[in-house]
Design a protein around this ligand. Structure first.
Ligand SMILES: CC(C)(COP(=O)(O)OP(=O)(O)OC[C@H]1O[C@@H](n2cnc3c(N)ncnc32)[C@H](O)[C@@H]1OP(=O)(O)O)[C@@H](O)C(=O)NCCC(=O)NCCS
Length: 153
């Protein structure tokens, strides 16, 4: 498997939007306007994964000082369970930590078993339930993870 991780560039936008539409149910997937807004936030960081030279997923977060918010992680169905999500999360967490983040928070739907298993495997713990967080009717877990301070060299 040839996996490449690289920074997002604006040329990727349409593909990332299509991936998000494919990864989430209608109404939860981001509109173009919303996705563009997240990508332009101050402190936004987006990493793209290419499998065999084709974009297969991405991860997007925003950092504000010691706090980071993981906005989304999307891996196309055909590319799942091959470590792409893990590779995206690892590189992003390292980058956030090296820029001073000490905590990452995220939300995930309480019925998204794959995502919950993924977050637990990567050390995220549930800290609360956000009632009717999605579409005004679906609950979400609020999850947190502490990041270690980068080692001094
Ligand atoms: C969640 C998601 C990003 C995982 O991406 P991925 O590339 O398949 O993840 P990985 O291959 O790195 O999986 C790492 C581990 O997570 C867990 N995991 C991932 N998908 C799982 C599933 N469907 N069922 C159970 N455990 C799962 C497993 O422990 C897995 O390790 P293993 O394959 O050795 O058992 C992907 O399923 C996805 O994009 N889903 C749609 C969008 C989404 O729900 N995003 C998260 C919203 S908060």
């Amino acid at each position: 498997m040839s996996l490449t991780l690289r920074a997002y560039t604006p040329d990727d936008f349409d593909k990332l939007h299509a991936i998000d539409q494919a990864c989430y149910p209608s109404g939860i997937a981001y509109s173009k306007q919303t996705l563009r807004w997240f990508l332009r936030l101050p402190g936004a960081e987006c990493v793209v994964a290419e499998l065999e030279d084709k974009i297969a997923g991405f991860i997007l977060a925003q950092q504000e000082g010691p706090n980071a918010h993981l906005i989304t992680i999307d891996v196309l169905a055909h590319a799942r369970r091959r470590g792409v999500g893990t590779a995206l999360l690892d590189i992003l967490e390292h980058s956030l930590a090296s820029c001073g983040a000490r905590q990452v928070e995220l939300e995930t739907a309480t019925d998204n078993q794959a995502a919950i298993a993924f977050w637990h495997k990567h050390g995220y713990r549930t800290v609360g339930v956000l009632k009717r967080y999605y579409l005004g009717r679906l609950d979400a877990y609020s999850m947190h993870k502490s990041l270690p301070a980068p080692k001094e060299t």
